[in-house]
Design a protein around this ligand. Structure first.
Ligand code: ZN
Length: 255
């Protein structure tokens, strides 16, 4: 499950990886927090109309990527606050889809390394909300009892991945086979891309990410193994309690 602030965020951050997952039969769900209605500085643009257009663009991008489950929370673009309402709405989606892996924006990214860009506050705030959803909201029964009434049982998220544009990623995904799909999906966001040479820009960034690796294009992530760590600790305790025989359990497969 991929949670992001604006239509097109997921395409920039990790659409090559999403496409790679869907082509291997992994079910991918998108949760878009805002309506994208601030995505134009042209005077006289109607926010409602732009929101409708951006939802259609996001759905077209999902079609390209094989992402069949997409939800729009509909918060006004630019107005995202860290509220219990947002945490509950995200928790509802997590408990519904029950992902093995959550992709969330970086809550700590205030600006880029070269200090040429201040990160959009919606991105950061959605990242913060997602951290609360991972712990405690989605896994803790007493959190949001109204969700239990709606039939959504707690869900513990095993893996958390944060797309990294710079900084210190620990995981690189070879997107050489899906970079064309990523570009095609980005082009679906016509209201944002206009005649921008997105092809060249995306290839350059993905090539930078793959520097020193044995393939040409990459996306990069900071990753957390949340449930695996608990399980490993439990297994270690069990082994200490019982015989010295080793466990032949394989580490959990990601995606
Ligand atoms: Zn954005």
């Amino acid at each position: 499950m991929v949670v992001f602030a604006h239509p097109d965020d997921a395409e920039f951050g990790m659409a090559g990886t999403a496409a790679k997952w869907t082509t291997r039969g992994v079910e991918v769900a998108y949760v878009c927090v805002t309506d994208g209605s601030a995505g134009s500085n042209e005077p006289g643009v109607d926010r409602e109309e732009l929101a409708r257009l951006r939802e259609a663009e996001q759905r077209a991008a999902c079609e390209v990527l094989g992402v069949r489950d997409v939800v729009f929370l509909g918060i006004r673009d630019g107005y995202v606050e860290l509220t219990l309402d947002l945490r509950r709405d995200l928790t509802r989606e997590v408990r519904r889809f029950r992902p093995d892996l959550l992709v969330a924006p970086d809550p700590l990214r205030f600006w880029d390394d070269r200090r040429m860009y201040i990160n959009h506050s919606d991105h950061r705030t959605v990242g913060q909300a997602c951290m609360a959803v991972v712990n405690p909201d989605s896994s803790t029964r007493p959190m949001f009892p109204e969700l239990l009434d709606e039939g959504f049982e707690p869900h513990e998220i095993p893996y958390l991945w944060i797309p990294m544009f710079s900084g210190d990623p620990d995981t690189f995904i070879d997107i050489s086979e899906t970079i064309d799909l990523k570009i095609q999906a980005l082009r679906c966001h016509q209201s944002q891309i206009h005649d921008w040479p997105v092809d060249e820009w995306i290839r350059d960034r993905a090539r930078e990410r793959a520097e020193g690796l044995e393939y040409e294009f990459a996306e990069s992530f900071k990753t957390f193994k949340l449930r695996e760590r608990e399980r490993e600790e439990r297994e270690r305790e069990e082994q200490a309690d019982e015989s010295p025989a080793g466990s032949d359990a394989e580490p959990a497969e990601v995606a």
